[in-house]
Write a protein that binds this ligand. Structure first.
Ligand code: COA
Length: 258
């Protein structure tokens, strides 16, 4: 599949998806959002891919936000559509993807860029990364889920402050806040993410998908997370992976999940 704004490489069941508009600091224009949706859909259906790493090209930015030049003239209804389409196509889509996604934040993750990283299942940052939601400095608010996911990840008071001040966090501050799990040098970023991905890829993919669904249910007020956990737990008992995992344990060998 041909893409204009993203690159995909895969090796050892791990796909690296790179947003590739470095001249615009990888800002998310409409085409990039559509391409990302297509790429995530295809990788999710590819049985050889067990985990996806998402990063930005170049050394300066993960994603410097939604492409401001595309929405500067929008009216109320176009603004609402922009947020709704983006949330449906990309942000909620990644959060609910069956395949785990790690954000490798290699530089600026601002506005839609931080929202994109927050939609991923967890985040690792390089030490040059800067993260923030500067939308109120443009007269708008985060529209790709930032007002919801930031308080989930760092708490309401810190999220209020970060959004109201439009301040940027350093990578180490983001780690202190629990927004990213690790901070390493830029050279170490993808190797660490691949190491984590490799560990994850050796576990049961079907169980990981169930875990994603159950954990996400904790943040969905329309469902009872405990009930979703019971349902997903039960579902695991019908999988080949459960048979393989328990058989391997009882036979004192390592499991070989397909
Ligand atoms: N939308 C569209 N273009 C963007 C962009 C965005 N969110 N962020 C950066 N760019 C473009 C710049 O316009 C510039 O393009 P040009 O060379 O054609 O003029 C190019 O990327 C490089 O950015 P520049 O601002 O020159 O780099 P810098 O190192 O001086 O500053 C930032 C880096 C990230 C601080 C600055 O680009 C910035 O503030 N970007 C917007 C961040 C933002 O508000 N995001 C939320 C959007 S809702």
């Amino acid at each position: 599949m041909e893409y204009n704004n993203i690159l995909i490489e895969s090796d050892n069941n791990i796909a690296v998806l790179t947003i590739n508009r470095p001249q615009k600091l990888n800002a998310l224009n409409k085409e990039t959002i559509q391409e990302l949706h297509r790429a995530f859909s295809e990788l999710n259906l590819d049985n050889n891919i067990k985990i996806i790493l998402l990063t930005g090209s170049g050394t300066k930015a993960f994603v410097a936000g939604a492409d401001i030049s595309e929405f500067a003239n929008f009216d109320v209804s176009q603004g609402s559509d922009l947020a709704k389409n983006g949330q449906d196509l990309l942000f909620n889509f990644i959060e609910n993807l069956e395949t785990p996604v790690i954000a490798a934040i290699n530089g600026f993750a601002l506005g839609g860029g931080l929202e994109l990283a927050m939609a991923c299942h967890f985040r690792v940052a390089s030490d040059n990364a800067k993260m923030g939601l500067p939308e109120v400095s443009l007269g708008v608010i985060p529209g790709y889920g930032g007002t919801q996911r930031l308080p989930q990840l760092i708490g309401k008071g810190k999220a209020m402050e970060l959004i109201m001040t439009a301040n940027m966090l350093t990578a180490n501050e983001a780690k202190e806040y629990g927004l990213v799990n690790y901070v390493v040098t830029q050279e170490e970023l993808l190797p660490l993410c691949k190491k984590l991905a490799s560990k994850i890829s050796r576990n049961s993919s079907t169980a990981i998908t169930s875990a994603i669904k159950a954990i996400n249910a904790n943040f969905n007020s329309n469902v009872n997370g405990y009930e979703i956990e019971i349902k997903q737990f039960g579902k695991c008992f019908g999988t080949d992976d459960f048979l393989e995992g328990t058989t391997a344990f009882l036979n004192k060998r390592k499991p070989n999940f397909q």
